[in-house]
Ligand binder design. Structure first.
Ligand code: AHM
Ligand code: MG
Length: 395
């Protein structure tokens, strides 16, 4: 343990804290076995104590609830919970804090810019922070062994996670480590997007591609971390959406947005309108209509940031097909599915421009792209009506 590390147990019952250089890392990084053992022990203890503990809804609004406490308390909602999912969410929370630390000092050190001209499998230039975020997430997930395999937007193939302490994990994790990374060099918001699935293959053997090629409906948890003016982690396990803001003074994500609900309707749309002439007729007509109605246009160019704004203020985010990306630019597994689950859980809708619900699309490839329209339910329904009306017309 470095001399900058401080361990103590008396902040929140049943949790052991480790502060290292101002970041609350909990147990995750010290040994490969300790984090998992402690996470499991803590989860079991929390489950045993569950009957005595107030549910999240009963906790007064002004009482601080940390992400870890929330995850542990929520675990008792799942009868089949073993602590693995809890451990995974906590691993992602730890990785998010480490990534946040680097993102926040990106202008101070030689970490912004491109990573030696490297390209990911999709042909996009990799940024240094993309690589850093990818490595930290993989490391945190590998150390705990709570998942059996990982797929990242930045890696060509799936990454197998060796069992820790002979434990066979039942989960696979997918993520885009740093979405919107072209914004890094100009100090704009970026984000991490993640999705967790239960594996389909036999847990006694290695994970396979079929574990990842599941429809978005099969996600057991999904969320994002937004590195913005403040850093937020927003996630769902299929029982609503909750948001946590990182309090840098204590190094903890604290519950700040309970049961998030997206506004039913709005007058804001979000699309790269520079591609207008490359869009299909029905999409151009929809955009014309937004403009005719004096709707506001907001587009950051970082999907996490745009979708986060829409989750809170309402609106619709569009990435339709263009001539350059006839199937859409965004990735189904790393971007569209997790955000679709989250927005649906908040009362919104997400479909592709063939009008199919995103969560019902069956993936055929790991890095599959798709078109997307996501946001307030009324706006997605209006777009659907436009597409149905204009796609029937001859050009
Ligand atoms: P990335 O994963 O390589 O960062 O690309 C995804 C990003 C989204 O965050 C954003 O919505 C979109 O690309 C912006 O694309 P464009 O610049 O074509 O509008
Ligand atoms: Mg991305």
């Amino acid at each position: 343990m470095s001399c900058a590390s401080v361990w103590y147990t008396n902040v929140t019952p049943n949790l052991l804290f480790c502060f290292e250089n101002g970041i609350c890392l909990h147990l995750t990084r010290l040994t490969k076995q300790l984090p998992r053992l402690m996470a499991t022990a803590t989860s079991k203890k929390a489950a045993q104590n569950g009957a005595d503990q107030p549910s999240i809804a009963q906790i007064p609004i002004n009482r601080i609830v940390t992400l870890d406490e929330f995850i542990l308390r929520s675990e008792k909602d799942f009868s089949y919970a073993t602590g693995e999912l809890t451990g995974l969410l906590r691993d992602i929370g730890v990785a998010a804090k480490i990534i946040n630390r680097e993102v926040n000092k990106a202008g101070l050190v030689n970490i912004i810019g491109e990573a030696n001209g490297a390209e990911n499998q999709s042909g996009d230039t990799q940024q240094k922070l993309d690589v850093y975020a990818n490595e930290r997430l993989i490391e945190c997930l590998q150390n705990s062994g709570e998942c059996c395999a990982i797929a990242s937007e930045e890696n060509d193939d799936i990454i197998h996670v060796p069992p820790v302490n002979s434990k066979q994990s039942h989960y696979v994790v997918m993520f885009d480590p740093l979405d919107g990374s072209s914004n890094i060099d100009v100090n704009m918001s970026v984000g991490t997007i993640f999705a967790i699935y239960r594996r389909k293959s036999d847990p006694s053997g290695p994970a396979s591609l079929t574990d990842f090629l599941q429809s978005g409906m099969k996600q057991v948890a999904a969320g994002y971390v937004l590195y913005g003016t403040s850093t937020m982690l927003v996630y769902t396990t299929g029982r609503g959406v909750n948001g946590f803001t990182l309090d840098p003074s204590i190094g903890e994500f604290c519950l700040s947005h309970r049961n998030m609900v997206i506004p039913e309707d709005s007058q804001t749309y979000s699309v790269n309108q520079g591609y207008y002439s490359k869009f299909d007729l029905e999409m151009r007509r929809y955009i014309d209509n937004c403009s005719d109605q004096n709707f506001g246009l907001r587009y950051i160019g970082s999907m996490v940031s745009d979708v986060h704004r829409i989750l809170i203020q309402g609106g619709i985010f569009l990435y339709p097909s263009t001539r350059k990306y006839p199937k859409g630019k965004l990735r189904l597994l790393y971007e569209c599915n997790p955000l679709a689950m989250l927005i649906e859980q908040a009362g919104g809708k997400a479909m592709n421009t063939q009008l199919k619900r995103i969560l019902d699309v069956t993936p055929t490839e790991l890095h599959q792209r798709c078109t997307i329209a996501i946001g307030s339910p009324k706006m997605v329904d209006d777009l659907k009506a436009f597409i149905e009306r204009y796609s029937a017309l001859p050009l």
